[in-house]
Design a protein. Structure first.
Length: 479
């Protein structure tokens, strides 16, 4: 019992401070030592203890809520100030006034109440390029046992990097047939909210987002020139882009090239701009098309109508694309994951448009953070690479196992490549292959930071994208 009391005392002093708790205990000891009186006195003593405990619980709850609100406002203010300094929008001399203004704006209290909050000890650490600050709050209690003036001081602190931090996010979206109707509407709303939170007004060049809708394939759009139309013939591995273009110029037909390929025109080399998996080891590698082109299997029966969008800070372009999503086809989510990695991989920089080239953390003088957000409402049930060509393409058990294993291998390789992976299961039952795959794909939970989400309703899905977007923003904080 003594250890429990000690734990409660330590916990309370963390939020309320030692002085109020010692004051409360001294009142209690005086009651405990007084042996005079009768049952009425004992009843009164018990009532006082119960009222005191109830009052303490109320005040601790209020203090925790106030401190949490203040901590969130301070995080937002420190992060905004660090960002503005990094972009040259304000000077260090202006940092204090700017931080106080942002702090007040994020508190969501009246102008009179703002006076009770203060930012103190603003410091710049030149070695770690860190901006830090403390927040304090004069907190008036409702009970006098906290001190003669019924006042407490709540404290919190925050720190953020003020050197430039570049953020790259690749978002995969399940647009298969099972996502039709209300589910697709829910996805459009949730994804739009996530993109909007990440990009804000879309004017910052430090945050870029890529959109990769997938079904049984990914529509590569203008990147289809790096896709090899394969009929499953003589090629055991995809051609390199240089070899492929050389063969076209010489008038030769590459071995294994689909008869439907158009070698004479300047248009795509297949009947659409879609892609399936790469072959062999390249299926789980981020190498560019100079090392291995991406395959387009001739068994592919349908193609998403909306093409992927490489990294961009153009919020309107992304949200307009999301608004045109249509649902059709079966699920080859591993292909979506594969292309999400390409959009983040420096190995693809030479093959992507200006403004969409991924940064290389190994050579950049600035901090570069990369994230993938993988979303699905069902099992990955379709695979092309390595499949038995005698089986019809479709949701076969072997294909489901192969697709799931490839997705897990891709996630593992991405995490080893220092990409943080978030996953969202929409309307999935716990214990299913899809749910287990998403849990394993996600970056392992780190303290309070969550990387795997399960959404049952449209509101849950919006909440998941909202929380992930805010987490990505908060991960730019040091503490």
């Amino acid at each position: 019992m003594g250890s429990a009391k000690s734990a409660v005392f330590r916990w309370s002093t963390d939020y309320l401070g030692a002085a109020p708790m010692l004051n409360l205990l001294s009142h209690y000891r005086r009651f405990a030592k007084d042996e005079a009186g009768n049952i009425a006195i004992m009843f009164g003593l018990t009532a006082v203890v119960l009222l005191t405990a109830g009052g303490l619980a109320v005040e601790v709850s209020r203090a925790m809520t106030e401190r949490s609100s203040m901590a969130n406002a301070l995080d937002a203010a420190v992060l905004a100030t660090a960002r503005s300094i990094s972009l040259g929008e304000i000077t260090r001399a202006e940092a204090e006034n700017y931080m106080n203004a942002m702090f007040a704006a994020n508190l969501n209290v009246s102008a009179e109440e703002v006076a009770g909050y203060r930012i103190e000890n603003i410091q710049f650490n030149e070695t770690t390029k860190t901006l830090s600050a403390n927040g304090t709050r004069d907190f008036d209690t409702m009970f006098r046992f906290f001190g003669e003036n019924n006042a407490l001081t709540l404290r919190t602190n925050s720190a953020a990097l003020y050197g430039t931090t570049y953020v790259e996010v690749a978002m995969t979206f399940d647009v298969t047939g099972s996502m039709g109707g209300a589910r697709l509407r829910d996805l459009k709303k949730a994804a739009t909210e996530g993109v909007t939170l990440l990009l804000g007004d879309g004017e910052s060049e430090t945050v870029r987002v890529s959109s990769v809708p997938y079904a049984e394939a990914v529509n590569a759009g203008s990147l289809a020139r790096y896709v090899f139309p394969d009929d499953g013939g003589a090629n055991t591995a995809p051609l390199r882009f240089g070899d492929f273009t050389t063969m076209i110029e010489s008038g030769q037909r590459p071995a294994g090239l689909s008869p439907s390929a158009n070698l004479s025109g300047s248009g795509p080399l297949a009947k659409d701009t879609c892609a399936t998996e790469r072959k062999g080891d390249y299926a789980v590698m981020p190498d560019g098309p100079d090392r291995a082109m991406v395959n387009r299997d001739d068994r592919l029966s349908s193609c998403p109508t909306v093409a992927l969008i490489p990294l961009t800070n153009d919020k309107d372009r992304l949200t307009s694309s999301i608004a045109t999503f249509t649902a059709k086809g079966v699920t080859a989510g591993q292909i979506g994951i594969q292309w999400a990695w390409y959009m983040l991989a420096p190995e693809w920089a030479d093959y992507l448009p200006e403004g969409s080239k991924p940064r290389d953390p190994a050579t950049s003088s600035d901090t570069v953070k990369k994230y993938a957000i993988i979303m699905t409402d069902g099992e990955f049930n379709t695979a092309f690479s390595g499949s038995n060509r005698q089986l019809p393409q479709g949701p076969q058990e072997r294909e489901a196992v192969r697709a799931t294993n490839q997705a897990l291998a891709l996630c593992k390789a991405m995490k080893e490549d220092r990409i943080t992976v978030f996953t969202i299961g929409f309307g999935l039952r716990d214990g299913t292959r899809a749910m287990n795959m998403l849990r394993d794909c996600a970056t392992p939970q780190d303290g309070a930071i969550q990387y795997f989400y399960s959404a049952t309703t449209g509101a849950d899905l919006t909440a998941a994208y909202t929380e992930i977007s805010r987490t990505i923003q908060s991960l730019r904080l040091v503490r």
